[in-house]
Structures are given as structure tokens and as C-alpha cells.
Design a protein around this ligand. Structure first.
Ligand SMILES: [Ca+2]
Ligand SMILES: [Ca+2]
Length: 167
């Protein structure tokens, strides 16, 4: 369900789409296709992420995002990390490792671990700009294959987070 708000006043609400079932959880609302309108990011209990592209309260289409990384990876939020106007996806693994998938719409462009693993007691709790800033100045040193979870070759140049990626 979406409530359309004017400030803190609810001006309309509507149920959107059909229920995908209890295994699916809304994780974030962000603009994936750059049309200025929020879309909805879901994750299934089995790990699969899916985006509902939206036109206001109208459901347009449902697209699986990338390969399923498995149930040990958790979508933690969505934020435009590289400033291209399209939402990216922030993940955290059970071990504590954070990862960002840079997206072009619903297509995964690249995946990179974010910084060193702080350990399993650490949990990403928010995807707002404060959280993006809180992981600023962390070097990302490896990339990861979302299908296998295996570390791939190190990226050529480490990048710094400062709300956005700086290459
Ligand atoms: Ca959109
Ligand atoms: Ca982006």
C-alpha cells in the first residue's frame, strides 16, 4: 500500500499490485529507471531481489534484479551511490560484509564489496544519506560475483564513498 503524502498529511492511499505472498518483503522505495517516480524494491526469503516499476500508484512491471545471491544476503536499502540519477542497491551478508550493486534501471552494472568486513555484529540499519555518509571514506577493494558469492578480481581502482562514489 502507498500513502500519498503532502508533508505529514495523507491525501490518498491505495493498494498497489497484487499480493506477492508472505515470502516477499518490501525493502526500499527508490527511483530505479530515472523517471522521477519511486519504484519498489522487494526481496524474497530465498534472496532474490525484484523491482516493481511504478507510475505513481500504478504498477507497471515486475523485474527480477540480477542473479539470486541466496538467503544469506540481505537488501538493506537503495540509494543512488554514483549520482547517475538511478537507484543502486545496498546489501549486507550474514558475515557483516556490505556490498553495493550499481544499477542501470533493473540491470546490474557492477557489484563491489564496500570496505572491510566489520563483522557479523554490525548491521546496516538505514539507507538514508546519513548512512551513506557513515560508510564514507571506506575503501572498496574487491568485487564479488552475485551469482556465486565468490570474490572476483579486484577492481582496478579503489573508490571512496562520500555519499556518492568517487572513482
Ligand atoms: Ca521510477
Ligand atoms: Ca546510481
Amino acid at each position: 500500500m502507498v500513502w500519498l503524502m503532502n508533508g505529514t498529511t495523507k491525501i490518498a492511499s491505495d493498494v498497489i499490485g497484487s499480493s506477492p505472498g508472505t515470502a516477499w518483503h518490501v525493502e526500499a522505495a527508490a527511483d530505479f529507471n530515472g523517471d522521477g517516480k519511486a519504484d519498489i524494491l522487494w526481496q524474497n526469503d530465498n534472496g532474490q531481489a525484484t523491482v516493481w516499476l511504478m507510475q505513481g500508484l500504478t504498477f507497471l512491471s515486475s523485474v527480477n534484479v540480477g542473479a539470486n545471491p541466496g538467503p544469506t544476503w540481505h537488501v538493506k536499502g537503495s540509494e543512488d551511490f554514483n549520482g547517475d540519477g538511478k537507484a543502486d542497491i545496498l546489501w549486507q551478508y550474514d558475515s557483516g560484509q556490505a556490498m553495493v550493486w550499481l544499477m542501470n534501471g533493473t540491470t546490474v552494472l557492477s557489484t563491489s564489496n564496500v570496505g572491510a568486513n566489520p563483522g557479523s555484529p554490525w548491521h546496516v540499519t538505514s539507507n538514508d544519506h546519513t548512512a551513506a555518509t557513515s560508510i564514507s571514506s571506506i575503501l572498496a577493494d574487491t568485487s564479488i560475483d552475485p551469482s556465486s558469492g565468490a570474490h572476483a578480481s579486484p577492481i582496478d581502482q579503489p573508490f571512496l564513498f562520500d555519499g556518492h562514489l568517487i572513482f
